[in-house]
Write a protein that binds this ligand. Structure first.
Ligand SMILES: *Cc1c(COP(=O)(O)O)cnc(C)c1O
Length: 225
């Protein structure tokens, strides 16, 4: 059991830690957004996070996110929802309708689908390009060497105003190497935002320039199923 007071307390502690590490790195705590990853968490926990003041949430599946957030949106108008999982082109319409930020743009086919839906719906979710920093076979994301070209194409060919880069490092490698690589790629492409760091390594990410960290279990407790 995770009581709602636990979530409020953990959230406060996380924000303190993020603030401390930011200051140590010469950064402003307010430059880092805590994204609460709510996938596979209970309604009670999510409502506890909302009551504690959390407004930015990350989800990795479109349908699950719709079920969880469509009604809550009405109650919490200042909510910000971020898609942090892979997006199939046949879910582009739902994703554009629901999310404020899509962090997993990684291929032209998806760019075409998003452009079409954004024009049709008149909604413009902010976009991050996902980079496969570990060059893992099974993982989504553009390869590091192709990132600059991909970002340029997103801007020129699709008219996207790319917000930043996102990565999920390989589990078995020190995350810091991947965060540093993502920061370097962002600097080279003129992007100011970096989505990197999860429960186990958000501190490292903040010290290496993360502007948002995606934290699930360290805030909510372990996930269901
Ligand atoms: C699940 C998930 C997270 C959160 O992971 P925790 O270890 O629970 O903090 C962060 N980012 C992505 C892309 C995820 O899928």
């Amino acid at each position: 059991m995770t009581a709602s007071s636990d979530i409020a307390r953990r959230r406060a502690a996380l924000m303190d830690t993020i603030g401390d590490i930011a200051r140590q790195a010469g950064r402003k705590p307010s430059d880092i957004t805590l994204v609460a990853v709510s996938k596979r968490q209970s309604d009670a926990r999510i409502d506890a996070a909302l009551t504690a003041g959390q407004r930015v949430f990350g989800e990795n599946r479109v349908q699950e996110a719709q079920a969880r957030w469509q009604d809550r949106r009405g109650h919490w108008p200042d909510l910000e929802l971020r898609l942090i999982g892979p997006l199939q082109t046949n879910k582009a319409a739902e994703a554009v309708a629901l999310f404020d930020v899509i962090e997993t743009l990684d291929r032209d086919k998806l760019a075409r689908a998003l452009r079409k839906e954004m024009d049709a719906q008149g909604r413009t979710p902010r976009l991050f390009v996902q980079v496969n920093t570990g060059e893992e076979e099974q993982k989504s994301g553009v390869l590091p060497a192709q990132t600059a070209g991909f970002v340029a194409r997103m801007r020129e060919q699709y008219g996207f105003d790319i917000d930043g880069l996102m990565c999920i490092p390989p589990v078995e490698e020190p995350a810091g190497l991947h965060f540093a690589l993502l920061a370097k790629l962002a600097a080279e492409t003129g992007l100011a935002r970096l989505s990197m760091g999860m429960s186990a390594d958000f501190g490292t990410a903040v010290s290496l320039g993360a502007t948002s960290v995606r934290v699930g279990t360290a805030l909510f407790g372990s996930r269901e199923n």
